[in-house]
Design a protein around this ligand. Structure first.
Ligand SMILES: [Zn+2]
Length: 499
């Protein structure tokens, strides 16, 4: 849980609607939708914008550390939106030439992604006038209330514009069916797989935000916000709080799901570029996925480090303490700690305490994420997002940053309308994995493969126009039903927001 920006889901924004199946009208239709959408951005002031932030921090090379304030209300974005409605405005007074330029610039942004846009439209030592120019190129005007000498405000402003333009990703015209997905998996060799809590709930690992998730179990701790158990400051003040609950999220040994096996198969067939997982359960390694192919975006329990001297140990070394709900102490710091305990000197409660190397709020993401993501984005030839509702940046931003021509597939319990995936496969992640393997004639090396297969697995096309399918397992109650005890992709909760 670092302090990156949190994206808020919206159920009202559907972004651009889908491809037109009428071949003749397709391109003009697309053109019209594209342009209409831009107009809509201009006039939209009712708060449909779901996104309160994302990170274009790379522009200034530093974390902006903006965290969305949700105020705990059911409509967390409203205040922000009013503000945004006033601030981000499409410049309808532009001459036709600049309108044309704006459409081209937006097209560039959607096609090549944010990083490439920044590289092409902003000089290396970006100053305020450059950002204002980029804003204008995209067809927006800077509200007079903005202090144009304030780089922070301008960057945030440009960031909002990026989000507005890019969340209207236009689904691909030629990628909308399950056959397209299967063909693309066969031909791809640089697939990025993004995963979240929904892929591990079938192992009994709780997600974080659902009604049955971890946070809802923590109300007895008396914290103002259950997420505080992952606040680095609180850990320093009183590590016992974290240790009192850590056993609840201690990953099980040696187990993994058919979905994890599916990712491993992608690797064994040289198709997996990287699995960016938001999960901290380290189950990917149980499944045999190579460490080089995994980015644990929010860290994991695989290792733990002393908060004082940084001495790193295998996560197993502190498992016993976690099970006993007591802080684990660093052997290298124990002498000094005993001294401090006997003295009158102040020392932090966390002195010489091990912390699992999961990313707490207030900590940066592991450097491995930043080291790999930009190059991976350029190499990627297919994106599959599984078991996550993509609410937590910067992982959530990966789908925005992928070049627009790259197909994006969702496997999740619920659809995510704001993301405009080309194809969505809804249902249990494990069932989807088994279905895909069956269709690809791949043998999934997992004990549950045959079991799920025998249940009778099929796919129901919910809406051809939207490219949405639901995977059906006849032996399983439909997701959301009362007997749906497995609740595999409880992702509304999603996510491990361990972020
Ligand atoms: Zn130590």
């Amino acid at each position: 849980m670092n302090s990156d920006i949190v994206l808020i889901d919206s159920d009202s924004d559907e972004g651009l609607k889908r491809r037109n199946s009428d071949a003749d009208g397709a391109s003009s239709q697309l053109y019209k939708r594209y342009h209409t959408s831009d107009e809509q951005i201009a006039t939209e002031e009712n708060g449909n914008d779901a996104v309160s932030g994302s990170s274009s921090n790379e522009m200034v090379g530093e974390e902006l550390n903006v965290k969305e304030s949700t105020n705990g209300s059911s409509s967390p974005v409203n205040d922000d939106i009013k503000l945004k409605g006033n601030r981000v405005e499409f410049d309808t007074s532009s001459e036709s030439d600049s309108m044309e330029e704006a459409f081209d610039a937006r097209d560039f942004l959607r096609t090549f992604g944010r990083d490439e846009f920044i590289r092409n439209f902003l000089p290396q030592n970006t100053a305020a006038p450059d950002i204002i120019r980029a804003i204008e190129i995209l067809g927006f005007k800077v509200d007079p209330s903005i202090d144009t000498s304030d780089m922070y405000q301008l960057i945030n402003y440009l960031r909002e514009i990026f989000v507005r333009v890019m969340k209207n990703r236009i689904p691909l015209d030629d990628f909308y069916s399950i056959d397209h997905v299967l063909e693309k998996i066969k031909s791809s060799n640089n697939i990025i797989v993004i995963t979240g809590a929904g892929i591990s709930t079938s192992l009994g690992i709780p997600d974080f935000r659902s009604s049955k998730g971890l946070y809802s179990q923590l109300t007895s701790l008396g914290l103002s916000d259950p997420q505080e158990v992952f606040d680095i400051e609180l850990f320093h003040t009183d590590p016992k709080i974290f240790y009192s609950i850590a056993h609840k999220i201690l990953p099980p040994k040696d187990v993994y799901t058919p979905l994890h096996s599916f990712i491993r198969i992608l690797e064994s067939k040289n198709k997996l570029l990287r699995n960016y997982t938001q999960n901290i359960d380290n189950v990917e390694q149980n499944a045999g996925i190579s460490a080089s192919k995994i980015v644990q975006c929010h860290g994991s329990f695989a290792t733990a480090s002393c908060v004082t001297c940084k001495y790193k140990v295998d996560g197993e070394k502190i498992r016993k303490d976690i099970e006993l709900k007591q802080p684990a102490f660093c052997p290298k710091c124990s002498k000094q700690r005993k001294k401090l305990e006997k003295s009158d000197n102040y020392y932090p409660e966390s002195y010489g305490v091990f912390k699992p190397d999961i990313t707490f709020f207030g900590e940066g993401l592991p450097s491995r994420f930043h080291d790999l993501i930009n190059e991976d984005l350029q190499q990627c030839d297919l994106l599959i997002s599984i078991g996550t509702s993509l609410q937590v940046a910067p992982v959530a931003n990966i789908v925005e940053k992928i070049p627009a021509k790259i197909p994006q597939v969702l496997i999740n319990r619920d659809p995510i309308p704001r993301c405009n995936f080309d194809v969505s496969i809804l249902g249990f992640c494990d069932d989807a994995a088994v279905y895909l393997c069956k269709e690809l004639s791949w043998e999934l090396d997992h004990v549950k493969f045959e079991e799920i297969l025998k249940g009778g697995i099929s796919l129901n096309c919910l809406n051809e126009y939207e490219g949405t399918y639901r995977v059906i397992n006849d032996s399983r109650p439909p997701p959301g039903s009362i007997s749906d005890s497995q609740s595999q992709s409880d992702e509304d909760n999603d996510e491990s927001d361990e972020d």
